[in-house]
Design a protein around this ligand. Structure first.
Ligand code: DGL
Length: 315
């Protein structure tokens, strides 16, 4: 029988739930341990040093909870701390930025990519670099005309505008993603991207998919909206397959952790998520208020989050 893997995920708050939802819709046989660092949200204006420290604390915690693979379900941490975390922990880790950039290149038809993200992610220029790396690795647009134009040096494919959106995360964490205020702010943030003529917009923060209806309304139908979570799940599937293969071959490589049994101790009542295709067990931890996380998470995801546990990490 196939081993049920334990996926550790983290974000500054509820944003990572957008990634979790995609994982659970596509992967039936996994368990998730989710950590929302709600006592220290937002991450969007934190320094790189802080984000590395937070990441180290959280990844250690998730490994202690049985995680065999980590999904850094936060663009800000992926853009800044992930390379250091990969060096420090012997566990497979998947971030948001590389998969998101690849997907944007594939979906583009005019080569004009836009990004909305936190200020820290924008400052890091992580998406611009990742788009260049993707092209250098041979990832090309699905659109034949753009592919040809790029290959013949007639058309560039790059991030033409990256917009910091610092007011989005506090609104979403407060459960106000559907408010008139959020829509008004979205209009202001998206105007420069429309003016720049982007044909693809990367949701470069895992909180933003909760705003997708408002963003779509403002952008119209001609701009493709890219949610990196979809590409993250693709990558996660590959990593899980590699782990299974390595285990079968008796390899003691970095994938998989032989000390983990793949099960986590459940407390009653178990926090369960039922999305129509099966039954999964998810365990939620937060550093801040568990009730607020449960309320906002339930409203945003429209699935039952019944138990949220509070833990204190670091200071
Ligand atoms: N959801 C996170 C991201 O993807 C962090 C947002 C924040 O806390 O500012 O960047």
């Amino acid at each position: 029988m196939k081993k049920q893997r334990v996926i550790g995920m983290f974000d500054s708050g509820v944003g990572g739930l957008t990634v979790m939802k995609e994982i659970l819709e596509q992967l039936l046989d996994v368990r998730i341990v989710y950590f929302g660092d709600t006592a220290r949200v937002p991450y969007g204006n934190r320094t790189r040093e802080e984000l590395i420290r937070f990441g180290e604390e959280i990844v250690s915690f998730l490994i202690g909870q049985g995680a065999e693979v980590i999904v850094v379900a936060c663009n800000t941490s992926s853009a800044t701390a992930l390379p250091i975390l990969r060096d420090r922990f012997d566990i497979p880790m998947i971030g948001m930025v590389e998969p998101g950039a690849r997907m944007a290149v594939e979906k583009s038809i005019a080569g004009r990519i836009g990004v909305i993200a936190t200020e820290t992610t924008v400052r890091s220029k992580a998406y611009s670099s990742a788009v260049s790396r993707s092209l250098a690795k041979g990832i090309l647009p699905e659109d034949a005309e753009l592919r040809r134009a790029w290959q013949q040096g007639e058309q560039d494919i790059s991030v033409v505008k990256a917009q910091g959106c610092p007011l989005f995360v506090p609104l979403i964490e407060a459960g106000l993603s559907n408010s008139a205020e959020a829509r008004g702010i979205a209009k202001t943030y998206l105007t420069p991207l429309k003016e720049a003529g982007v044909d693809v917009l990367i949701l470069g923060c895992t909180h933003y998919p909760f705003l997708e209806p408002a963003l779509r309304e403002i952008l119209g139908e001609d701009v493709s909206i890219v949610d990196p979570a979809l590409a993250v799940v693709k990558e996660l599937k590959v990593v899980l397959e590699q782990m299974d293969t390595q285990e079968k071959e008796g390899s003691s490589g970095q994938a998989g952790n032989s000390e983990n049994t793949g099960t986590i101790k459940l407390v009653a009542p178990p926090s369960a998520l039922v999305l129509g295709k099966g039954y999964w067990l998810t365990r939620y931890f937060v550093s801040g208020d568990p009730d607020l996380f449960r309320q906002v998470g339930n409203t945003l995801l429209q699935v039952p989050i019944d138990l949220v546990e509070q833990v204190t990490l670091g200071d």
